[in-house]
Design a protein around this ligand. Structure first.
Ligand SMILES: [Ca+2]
Ligand SMILES: [Ca+2]
Length: 227
């Protein structure tokens, strides 16, 4: 049974059998984000309204922080302008972590146009056995490349599952961020973090909609405020 995470909840990554006995630890899994396109009421020419779909381009990114708090590695879109990044002091985007442990499935630019399809739109595969031992925190966050805020986006979910980006074998945990009026004006969301405590990896469902205007501001915010 998948764990339904609540905002702020922390879990360890122990796998349990149906009877509740521990069956090892989750080490290779996917972290996927699923979101919906907007539905907008448009006035019809001859009166009345019709519903129109509008694509929402969320970008899932990730930073991996070293235990010395000085260094970090990243997964964010290689399509972000490398010259603008260099000016702001950020390395170019890439889809694989330096240690090869995390891989991003690539950019989805629309979200689900026909309602929740149950599949994740952007996915990061994680192999905790390959993570550089000096890394002790891995943050997952999303930024909106289009203009809507999280009060408008009908649904945004993150989940951890065993399988591949195209095949879901076993869902371990899900975390639904329901659209909330308090998210007005907020275009970024820090979804959660994997963190190492006494040598064991755990997950914390953060779910904070933030005022960051882009992924670079989210990275600065995470490093400063989300230890
Ligand atoms: Ca995207
Ligand atoms: Ca989807």
């Amino acid at each position: 049974m998948a764990i339904n995470l609540q905002k702020g909840q922390r879990i360890d990554l122990t796998k349990k059998s149906a009877g509740g006995a521990a069956e090892g630890t989750l080490t290779r899994f996917c972290v996927g984000v699923n979101w919906g396109a907007l539905e907008i009421e448009k006035k019809r020419f001859f009166g009345g309204t019709k519903k129109v779909k509008k694509a929402v381009d969320l970008d899932l990114s990730c930073i991996l922080l070293y235990d010395d708090d000085q260094r970090w590695d990243h997964l964010y879109s290689p399509e972000y302008d490398p010259r603008a990044l260099a000016k702001a002091g950020f390395p170019p985007g890439k889809l694989i972590s330096r240690d090869g442990a995390l891989r991003h499935s690539g950019d989805d630019r629309t979200g689900d146009l026909d309602g929740d399809d149950g599949l994740d739109n952007e996915i990061i595969s994680v192999d905790l056995t390959r993570v550089d031992p000096q890394i002790d925190r891995i943050y997952f966050f999303i930024n909106n490349a289009t203009n809507e805020d999280f009060a408008q986006i009908p649904f945004a979910k993150i989940r951890m599952y065993e399988g591949t980006p195209t095949r879901v074998d076993n869902v371990y945990a899900t975390f639904d961020v329901v659209a909330d009026p308090s998210y007005r004006g907020r275009k970024s969301m820090i979804m959660g973090k994997l963190y190492k405590k006494n040598g064991a990896w755990k997950f914390n469902a953060i779910g904070d909609a933030t005022a960051d205007r882009n992924f670079a501001e989210s990275i600065v915010n995470i490093i400063r405020n989300y230890k």
